[in-house]
Ligand binder design. Structure first.
Ligand code: HPA
Length: 307
């Protein structure tokens, strides 16, 4: 089999045959071509930076964090569609650009829009940008997201510092030939979320008097919300909140030795808890309510973080 993916048309992730879209369970089959694609994207970004300092932190702007993009100083914006090999995000409310600028006086990358498995991308496309960040020398990734609260002590729209996750129901991120240049075949998963960075996040929130708890994030492939029975099962298994992102990116980042911190905004109580139907509108509205706190916390985190 030639090419980097079975359909050989990366980043096109499905094949159209006789007018029907056929889902392609794509997997990296040609390591050197994949590395070349990742490095091509990194090289393009380096070229746009034209000798400016390459940030050592990348922030992924989940729901409610969008306003951070306009707080970056001296920002350069690169549309995803201009970066060779980069996919384009289709999720509602997610823009599609990479920002490079200063936040709290420090250079940062900001991903204004991410890629979700439910959009139809193969898992290596969902995590493609993480690989690019790793090759650019990024040392820490701050992932933010909206999530449903499973732990009934949680209050909408509080923030949660993610300490661990449950994802054994999901597509394995590192399936396929291992890219030894990126990381080991069987990476340890005891500290996917860096304890020191997580403590920094929690301490920043406390100092800013922003309510935050620590919790375990259950990864849902989506796009449908969970059933009440799934939520009860996850509660028994030890999950505190649930969402449709973050985990693939965290696994790919930690595989490359990138330190990860992750934060959820509890935008709704998970299915079956209140008896009310879940809606995207509720998620957006509550993410917007938490937005000021979320943005302030990220700014403080960047100010304090020492890499
Ligand atoms: N489930 C999954 N993803 C979510 C939720 C939820 O309840 N809320 C926000 N994102």
């Amino acid at each position: 089999m030639r090419g980097i993916f079975r359909n050989e048309r990366y980043p096109v992730f499905y094949s159209v045959i006789y007018g029907r879209i056929i889902y392609n369970d794509s997997m990296i089959t040609n390591i050197s071509e994949f590395i070349k694609t990742v490095d091509g994207a990194a090289e393009y970004i380096r070229g746009v930076l034209a000798g400016k300092e390459i940030p050592s932190v990348c922030i992924v702007l989940g729901s409610g964090l969008g306003p951070l993009s306009s707080m970056a100083e001296d920002a350069i914006e690169i549309s995803y569609k201009d970066i060779p090999g980069f996919p384009v995000s289709t999720a509602p409310g997610h823009k599609g650009s990479l920002l490079i600028g200063k936040l709290s006086g420090k250079p940062v990358f900001m991903m204004n829009g991410r890629f979700h498995y439910y959009e139809g991308y193969p898992i290596e496309t969902v995590t493609f940008y993480v690989r690019v960040m790793g090759r650019l020398g990024v040392k820490a990734l701050l992932l933010t997201n909206a999530a449903g609260g499973i732990n009934v002590d949680m209050k909408v729209p509080e923030l949660v510092a993610i300490t661990d996750h449950i994802s054994f129901n999901a597509e394995p991120v590192l399936r396929g030939p291992n890219i030894a240049e990126f990381g080991t075949r069987f990476p340890d998963q005891c500290h996917v979320y860096d304890p020191e960075l997580t403590d920094t996040l929690v301490n920043c929130a406390r100092d800013l008097q922003i309510r935050i708890s620590r919790g375990v994030y259950a990864y849902s492939k989506g796009p449908q919300y969970e059933t009440p029975a799934e939520i009860r099962a996850w509660r028994i298994l030890g999950a505190d909140c649930v969402g449709m992102s973050t985990v693939p990116e965290a696994i790919a980042a930690s595989h490359m030795g990138i330190r990860v911190a992750a934060m959820s905004c509890i935008t709704n109580m998970a299915a079956g808890i209140t008896g009310q139907a879940l809606s995207e509108q509720e998620v957006f509205d509550n993410a917007a309510l938490a937005s000021e706190n979320s943005c302030a916390l990220v700014k403080e985190f960047i100010k304090r973080v020492n890499l």
